[in-house]
Design a protein around this ligand. Structure first.
Ligand code: UGY
Ligand code: MN
Length: 244
């Protein structure tokens, strides 16, 4: 039974909600034996690119000119540089600075969340180096003293980084304590559970698998619904003056 064109996906100038029924896969020059779902890019006004890379066993992701962050959604990859080798399982992640030759090779069918952004240097601040880790070894902290809303910062909170990637985990019924409107933009992948996401003047039901882009100043709020926690992976630009 087809759905006569209905979808929860919607695209506005200040936000995009992209649900899996509208995902379209495409080859990219940096992917061998795999495809990408490009969620957001400069083509729709974002200051970064985010895609899900779906690799076959033995498939690879090679560098682009931009700095890159990857998070393993399912499967397992090896990250190889000229001087290091690191297997990354689910929840594993890596930050790779622009210009560092590297290859990510999938052990078996693997899905990676990939974020790429041109690095914005700052005078007197050295650019960051390669970082790897696993989300499970990052301590979480309560957002605004709400112990039902835990944040894990996957990248060091240092001025060298011009973006942050965090996970946010909401117990059922927990919500952001305020509607946010801020200069930073977001790329967000729902990892678990679901709830209601306010985006601009729309209140949207969302669930695991959905992608959301929020432009700078997009009004935003989330409340978790259901009987299990809701969790998302969220990008935001940071640490740079708005006029560069
Ligand atoms: O970091 C943030 O701006 C985060 N609280 N935003 C969000 O969850 N929509
Ligand atoms: Mn926000």
């Amino acid at each position: 039974m087809h759905n006569l064109g209905h979808t929860r996906s919607s695209n506005w100038s200040d936000h995009l909600l992209q649900t899996p029924d509208t995902f379209v896969r495409t080859p990219l020059p940096c992917i061998d034996r795999g495809l990408a779902i490009v969620h957001v890019s400069p083509a729709n006004g974002a200051g970064f690119t985010q895609y899900t890379a779906e690799l076959e066993a033995g498939g690879t992701l090679s560098p682009t000119p931009a700095q890159r962050f990857i998070y393993v959604l399912s499967g397992e990859v090896d990250l190889a540089t000229d001087s290091s080798f690191q297997p990354l399982a689910v929840g594993g992640y890596a930050y790779v600075p622009a210009g560092l030759p590297h290859t990510l090779t999938a052990h078996h069918a693997t899905r990676l969340a990939v974020i790429e952004k041109s690095y914005q240097p700052v005078d007197g601040v050295a650019a960051p180096g390669l970082q790897t880790g696993n989300e499970t070894s990052i301590p979480s902290s309560a957002l605004m003293n709400d112990t039902d809303l835990q944040v894990r910062m996957l990248l060091p909170d240092q001025p060298a980084f011009d973006f942050a990637v965090n996970t946010m985990t909401y117990q059922p019924g927990a919500s952001l304590s305020m509607a946010e409107i801020h200069v930073m933009e977001h790329g967000l992948l729902m990892l678990e559970g679901g709830g209601i996401y306010r985006l601009g003047d729309d209140w949207n039901p969302v669930k695991a698998g959905d992608f959301i882009w929020m432009a700078p100043y997009c009004p935003q709020w989330f409340g978790a619904l259901g009987k299990s926690p809701a969790k998302y992976l969220i990008y935001k630009n940071c640490n740079r003056h708005p006029i560069g």
